[in-house]
Design a protein around this ligand. Sequence first.
Ligand SMILES: *Cc1c(COP(=O)(O)O)cnc(C)c1O
Length: 374
Amino acid sequence: MNPKIWLSSPHMSGVEQTYIKEAFDTNWIAPLGPNVNGFESDLQSYLNEDRHVGALASGTSALHLSLIILGVSNGDEVICQSKTFSASANPIMYQGATPVFVDSEKDTWNMCPIQLEIAIKDRISKGKTPKAIIPVHLYGMPYKVDEIHKIAKSYNIPIVEDSAESLGSVYKGQNCGTFGDLSILSFNGNKIITTSGGGAIVTKTKEHKEQAIFLATQARDNAPHYQHSSIGYNYRMSNIVAGIGRGQMTILDSHVAKRRSNHELYRKTFRNIDKISFLLEPEGSFSNRWLSCILLDSKETREGLRLALEKENIESRPLWKPMHQQPIFKSAPSYLNGVSDDLFNRGLCLPSGSNLSDMELSRVTYAINTYFAL
Ligand SMILES: *Cc1c(COP(=O)(O)O)cnc(C)c1O
């Protein structure tokens, strides 16, 4: 059997160990320290929009703290893109609030502005103005920022931008991860850069960052003893993990370039297979192409291809199953147009890692060409 080809696996630069060794040598083995500060400032410079970055234990914890900062609580409603990973929506439940799911449009596969406005109007008519909107740049493709933010602004609803998959993506010259009133990043094992596990909150004000760090470190009031007047969390990033992050920042741009070249190779190779289509970048959008996805002509073709790849020991995966189809969110209100259901049926993510060798890519393209030649 050929060795396994993964969808997206960690890819170290080698520099990570220097930062980790330094942490050991100086005994900064804690959820604070020079690597945490260094990683935050690396991210701030990279994002380049005068934002404040707080390094946290995960993207999920960053989303959770964002909702807390915006005052989301029991009985509130929060609008969330339906086509996403469950981590975008779970923190709404942590707060005892109700997720309201909004379907996608075909140009970016992300939150549909038309459905968003329908949803907001309908929720308001039912007596509840949504407390926040969570759009997602899925697979690195920027959502329709201008349209979505214009609607949010006109109803005065803050945006929590889920940029977990889109570090390195750009919309009209501005980096993804800087658009939200609050934004979040993830450095989980399969993301474009990884710290094994980790995330960050990106804020527009210093106060919001301070509030996030306060909550992430058990909400300790200013006193010589341990004094608490709000509920805290243990959500800070460790100094060891942040050392991996600093090493990863040195190769972020080359990871983006390699993932984009994987995508281009697939597009070029399959251009004559009319059962395969691709999501193109709309004018003004630059995707990090975190995962390369294809759309097949039918669910049957998609499933056949997935199984054929599995036989060759090549990992592939259907696109995110929309949240409105998930058993846990069965009773959540949803505003649907059929797009995310169709994408789920016909879409497939192909191996996309920045560490894929030419040989591995050849195995993937050969297996797909063979499947369609039969
Ligand atoms: C990975 C991911 C998250 C969660 O990030 P973690 O660091 O794994 O907690 C949230 N939203 C989306 C869209 C993601 O892909």
